[in-house]
Design a binder for this molecule. Structure first.
Ligand SMILES: O=C(O)CCC(=O)C(=O)O
Length: 292
């Protein structure tokens, strides 16, 4: 077993767990180098997360300069990352935390905070970004740099996964949509526990664990890759990567009632074909009724 009983109990109680030095030596060096080269080749600094929280977390000057570097689906861009997301020791740890022999990768996202004003993260759950039918979903934060208070380490509201999915702010005062976050007057970053970590560590959290992080005030970029894993029978309801089939990193995809290979491989086309068929049947029923 990769994790001890104490580690699994800690995760179940607190909603998060730091697992030291999952990626080390040459394996880490390759990930570090590939991440750097992918950032140079594929990413742009963007304004990052939107919403009224920005003016609460930052003064006007910082807010105007605060940026984020984002890249999705690392494993589609780098073979080293393909190996990393399917690393057996990591997959086994996740299988213990999810209490399932089958583990599916749902998504991966790089969040890199540029030096000096790299974007803080308002407190939020990951649930509203990719809601699922239950909480057998863990997010794994792969640390590519040492983190501390200075560069904005990850912070958790301890035990908050037990609250289940909460209502998030999803619009600006003018009604336009913004990035989901918890109301800033009720949920404070000051109340969270800092979890500094070393490059090569992973920090794992439940999809419902409330978390956030402060600005990167250091003179170096702070890079973290978030990998989402689920039990394959935990179905996604909407949001980021909806209708994409994930790679199995442990065990097998179980076949459920009414399942088919087409549905498992092409969920979007399956849903469209099903909706079209239902529409055709509705029209046929209407015609039958009119034709009486
Ligand atoms: O990168 C961070 O500091 C926080 C990331 C985060 O909140 C997330 O990935 O949901």
């Amino acid at each position: 077993m990769m994790l001890t009983e104490e580690q699994v109990a800690f995760y179940n109680e607190h909603g998060w767990l730091r697992i030291p030095q999952i990626f080390t030596g040459e394996e880490f060096r390759e990930l570090d180098a590939d991440t750097e080269s992918l950032i140079q080749a594929w990413t742009q600094e963007v304004m990052g997360w939107t919403g009224p929280w920005r003016k609460v977390y930052m003064d006007a000057d910082t807010e105007a300069r605060s940026k984020l570097v984002v890249l999705f689906e690392f494993q589609l861009f780098s073979a080293a990352w393909t190996r990393a997301v399917a690393k057996p020791a990591l997959a086994e740890a996740i299988s213990q935390l999810l209490d399932t022999p089958n583990v599916e990768l749902q998504q991966s996202t790089l969040h890199a905070k540029p030096p000096s004003t790299g974007q803080p993260f308002p407190v939020h759950q990951d649930y509203p970004f990719y809601p699922h039918t239950n909480d057998r979903f863990v997010d794994v934060l792969v640390h590519l740099d040492n983190t501390s208070d200075v560069n904005g380490e990850i912070r958790f509201l301890d035990g908050s996964h037990k609250l289940g999915p909460l209502q998030h702010v999803t619009s600006n005062p003018d009604g336009t949509p913004c990035t989901p976050h918890l109301p800033t007057d009720e949920w404070k970053l000051e109340d969270t526990v800092a979890v500094p970590a070393k490059a090569g560590d992973v920090v794992v959290m439940n999809i419902n664990t409330i978390h956030g992080s402060y600005l990167n005030r250091s003179d170096a970029i702070r890079r973290m890759v978030r990998l989402g894993y689920r039990d394959p029978t935990n179905h996604q309801l909407s949001g980021q990567n909806m209708d994409r089939t994930g790679m199995m990193v442990l065990g097998r995809r179980p076949k459920e009632d009414g399942d088919s290979m087409f549905r498992a491989l092409y969920p979007e086309q399956y849903r469209k074909a099903k909706a079209d068929k239902e529409k055709t049947e509705d029209i046929k029923n209407e015609v039958d009724v009119v034709a009486g």
